[in-house]
Design a protein around this ligand. Structure first.
Ligand code: ZN
Length: 295
C-alpha cells in the first residue's frame, strides 16, 4: 500500500484533490467508505479532538486499519484540529496517518514556535505521519451559523505562508482563503455559496511549495472547488454537509419505521443520505476522471 504522501503526489500530478470527511460514528464511516469504494477513490477520514473523544482514538485507528487491510484499500486517518501536543502524541502513538496541528488562534510567532516543536516530537514518535499547520482565521465549529464571521481580516498572505512552512517544517498547510468552518443557514438552504480567493491560493502555493488543505469546504460553489484544486489545493475537508445529510437521514429513517427499535434497520437511511453527498463531492474533486491510484 502506498503512503498518503504518495497518493497526494499522484493526485496533484493528475489535477485532483483527495476528499477528507469527518466522522464520529459508524454510519458516516460506512457511507464515506462505501462512496470511496464505488469511485475507487483514495480517501481520508478525519476526527477532531471532540470527535475522537466520542469514538476513541485507538479504537478508530484500529477500525480504519482493519478496513485498509481487509479491503487492501487506501483509506487514511487524520487527527483533525488538534490543539495540544498531548492529544497529538495520542494520535501519533495510535498510528494516525496525518494530523492537523491547529494553533491558528495563537499569535503568529507563537503558532510557529509550538508547531515546529510539535513537528519534531510527533515525527520522533511516528516518522511517516504528515503534519499540517494552520494559519489565518476561518472560524470554528462545523455546524450551522446564524451570522457570518468577518473572513477578510484573517486571510493568509503568501509571505506568511512561506515563512510559516520554512520555519516549522510542516508537510501540509491550511491557509485562510475565503473558506470558513460551518455553514450559514442560507447555505444549507442552497441560497448562498462560499467564494474562494483563487489567485491567493495560487500565490500561496507558489510561495509555500507544500500540500495545501482547504478546510470548511461545505457550501462552496462547485466551480470554486474546481478552480481551487487547479490552483494548488490537495485536500478538501467536508464536514457540515455530511452532518446535515446525516440528521435528515436519521429523521427519514425514524419516520419511515415509527415502531422500529433495531438500529441497523433505521440507520441505512442516514448512510444513504451521507453517501450521496460524498459521491457528489468526490466526483467533483476527481475532475470527473478516474482517480490516480499511486505508483
Ligand atoms: Zn477544519
Amino acid at each position: 500500500m502506498n503512503s498518503l504522501r504518495e497518493f497526494l503526489v499522484q493526485a496533484q500530478e493528475h489535477g485532483q484533490a483527495i476528499g477528507h470527511f469527518n466522522i464520529s460514528e459508524l454510519a458516516t464511516l460506512k457511507a464515506v467508505f462505501g462512496a470511496a469504494q464505488e469511485l475507487k477513490a483514495p480517501v481520508m477520514v478525519g476526527l477532531s479532538e471532540g470527535e475522537r473523544e466520542f469514538v476513541g482514538t485507538r479504537e478508530i485507528a484500529a477500525f480504519v486499519r482493519a478496513l485498509r487491510e481487509e479491503f487492501d484499500y487506501p483509506i487514511f486517518l487524520n487527527a483533525d484540529h488538534t490543539h495540544s501536543l498531548a492529544k497529538g502524541v495520542e494520535a501519533a502513538k495510535a498510528g494516525f496517518d496525518a494530523i492537523v496541528f491547529d494553533l491558528s488562534a495563537l499569535p503568529f510567532e507563537e503558532n510557529i514556535r509550538q508547531t515546529k516543536q510539535a513537528v519534531e516530537e510527533l515525527k520522533a514518535i511516528h516518522p511517516g505521519m504528515l503534519v499540517e499547520g494552520e494559519i489565518g482565521d476561518i472560524g470554528t465549529g462545523s455546524e450551522i451559523h446564524d451570522t457570518a464571521p468577518d473572513l477578510e481580516k484573517g486571510l493568509s498572505t503568501p509571505e506568511e505562508a512561506k515563512h510559516f512552512v520554512e520555519s516549522t517544517g510542516v508537510d501540509i498547510l491550511a491557509p485562510a482563503v475565503g473558506n470558513m468552518h460551518g455553514m450559514l443557514r442560507s447555505m444549507v438552504d442552497g441560497e448562498t455559496k462560499k467564494h474562494l480567493h483563487i489567485d491567493r491560493i495560487a500565490a500561496i502555493k507558489q510561495a509555500a511549495r507544500v500540500f495545501l488543505t482547504l478546510h470548511g469546504g461545505s457550501g462552496t460553489e462547485d466551480e470554486g472547488f474546481r478552480r481551487a484544486i487547479a490552483a494548488g489545493i490537495n485536500i478538501v475537508h467536508i464536514n457540515t454537509e455530511l452532518r446535515v445529510a446525516w440528521r435528515r437521514g436519521i429523521e427519514q429513517g425514524l419516520a419511515a419505521h415509527p415502531e422500529e427499535v433495531v438500529p441497523y434497520k433505521i440507520l441505512p437511511a442516514a448512510v444513504d443520505a451521507v453517501k450521496h453527498v460524498v459521491l457528489d463531492r468526490l466526483t467533483l474533486f476527481s475532475g470527473g476522471r478516474k482517480f490516480a491510484q499511486g505508483a
